[in-house]
Ligand binder design. Sequence first.
Ligand SMILES: Nc1ncnc2c1ncn2[C@@H]1O[C@H](COP(=O)(O)OP(=O)(O)OP(=O)(O)O)[C@@H](O)[C@H]1O
Ligand SMILES: [Mg+2]
Length: 378
Amino acid sequence: MSKNLTKNMKKRIVKDVPSSPPNGNTQGRYMSWLRILKRYLSANIAVDLGTANTLIYIPDKGVALNEPSVVALEKESHKLIAVGGDAKRMLGRTPDEILAIRPLKDGVISDIMVTERMLDHFLKKTLHQGRFFRYKSRVIICVPAGITEVERRAVRQAANQAGAGDIYLVSEPIAAAIGAGLNVGGPRGNMIIDIGGGTTEIAVIALDGIVCDTSIRVAGDEMDEGIVQHIKKKYNLLIGESTAEQIKFEIGSAHELEKELTFRVKGRDLIKGIPNTEKISSEEIRDALKEPVDAIVEATKQSLELTPPELASDIVDNGLVMTGGGSQLRGLGKLITKQTGLKVNCVENPMECVVRGAGEILENPKKYQKLLTRGKQL
Ligand SMILES: Nc1ncnc2c1ncn2[C@@H]1O[C@H](COP(=O)(O)OP(=O)(O)OP(=O)(O)O)[C@@H](O)[C@H]1O
Ligand SMILES: [Mg+2]
């Protein structure tokens, strides 16, 4: 593959070079030629390879891709049918010969081959065929703070196979904190809670490092599963994970709502075997979400107990910051404030914080030298 890319690259560069010596502003033209060359030689990018969504950041462009981490394959031939949003729409709806797969689970790669193909597809889509990964491209990939050595190797391998050059792994909570606009390099303590699809990461950060962290494999997916089980138990109605996620979006909450909500859920009646509709309420869905929500609150309290007193006092002053898609569950901030006494700050684009933070590291390598050095060794 890399041979083809190199061939492609040469063709493009030749096309972009003026064929005869330029007249007029020679230096200006020379500079623009250099800029083009540089672009081809170093496709620097940051990737948030998440359980639920994959995001790619390109310097000067920002978030260039935001797609569900889902792949649809033909069962026999393993031919790629769809990737990202198109594949997600197929979840739970595929005929026998097609498989719709989520290749990451609990924040880590569970199917390395499919992850490689998904990454390869996303990278080509983002950087357009033939423009990707030249000599010395720098790639930052965000990983959960609590992953094992084997899981780290799997991430590196997937990026390597997709053609990445210099690979740096950066902890998700640090990237999330930078993306949320926190000053991670100072001595003051910052607490971040990143609630994704597969993991919730809670970390206290100061002086460019994680002082203490708690990572639990409970997040948005567990909430969806809680809803599936509740509907099955109470109504004998079978629903898929996409319907459960939609219920969570529409009426899910962690704390009492000013005005409680209702939703008409459609599924397959397990006794009669035919489709059926039931009206459900936000109160009962809150109950269904209680277990994962309580686990997140408990992990937050645990992290606070581990926090050194000086940093704890900073957190009391500033509050904590929530990022990740799961942080958008209605009333979650309110519940955490109630249980911990801390102010909870929400950010504008919580699902983009991790990749934006990694992008910031990419764009300011000198400022974040320590993180890059550490990320190379990981
Ligand atoms: N408004 C919302 N209310 C509740 N949950 C939401 C909302 N929007 C998104 N989510 C949930 O957020 C999760 C996805 O968040 P995110 O993209 O941050 O996860 P991820 O980074 O892919 O996962 P991880 O970090 O665990 O690997 C999904 O479980 C999704 O259902
Ligand atoms: Mg994430």
